[in-house]
Design a protein around this ligand. Structure first.
Ligand SMILES: [Zn+2]
Length: 209
């Protein structure tokens, strides 16, 4: 039976790079892949920060993944592997559909995503993946907090200040202030000590803890 495989990690831990590597290896082995993404840098592409990119189908709210893949197969195309990037943004229902793709169509599914949002809560799509996946795997490329500790949580900042409330997903220009994301260790996430805040401290509290 094909498996639903969930690979997760913080921002900047190489998820998209690994997604593209798995795609490359599958194609080299003569397999046929479908790539999906949502809210990625540059729309319908899976792009890694080290310069690789592949076009991908954009997962909209209305997309039924089981139906879509079923239709591709029914039209005569071979599909062996699904590569699903930014899966934290898929709805729980769409994650259920990925389970059906694995079970009903015997197509391997590799889903990549963040576990938690800027408030440290699970994304609904990631929660559903943890519940349903045959295999769950934390990526071993670690992003680091500014202090040098392992970065385990994603922070949203506005002009360098940590945010504790707001929409889970920001759409478009929300201003005022510059919204950014940063990976922090748990202690600095709790304290709200972002790199911006640490850089402005006069004392030695920047020293690695
Ligand atoms: Zn830290």
């Amino acid at each position: 039976m094909a498996e639903l495989h969930f690979l997760y990690g913080t921002m900047n831990c190489g998820k998209s790079t690994l997604a593209l590597q798995i795609h490359h290896n599958a194609v080299a082995a003569g397999k046929h892949c479908l790539l999906f993404t949502r809210h990625d840098r540059g729309g319908g592409t899976i792009a890694s920060r080290i310069g690789l990119a592949q076009p991908a189908i954009v997962v909209t709210d209305a997309l039924d993944l089981r139906e879509h893949v079923g239709a591709v197969v029914a039209a005569g195309a071979a599909v062996d592997v699904l590569i699903c990037d930014e899966a934290q943004f898929y709805s729980p229902r769409q994650i259920d559909q990925l389970g059906c793709v694995a079970d009903d169509l015997d197509i391997e599914v590799h889903a990549f995503g963040l576990l938690t949002d800027f408030t440290t809560s699970l994304f609904p799509g990631s929660k559903r993946l943890l519940e349903l996946a045959d295999r769950r795997q934390e990526l071993q490329v670690e992003a680091r907090c500014w202090c040098g500790e392992r970065g385990v949580l994603n922070a949203r900042t506005v002009d360098g200040a940590i945010q504790r409330e707001g929409a889970q997903v920001l759409v478009g220009d929300v201003g005022p202030g510059e919204v950014a994301y940063e990976v922090l260790c748990r202690a600095h996430h709790r304290e709200g000590t972002t790199r911006h805040v640490a850089d402005r401290r006069p004392d030695r509290s920047r020293a690695p803890r």
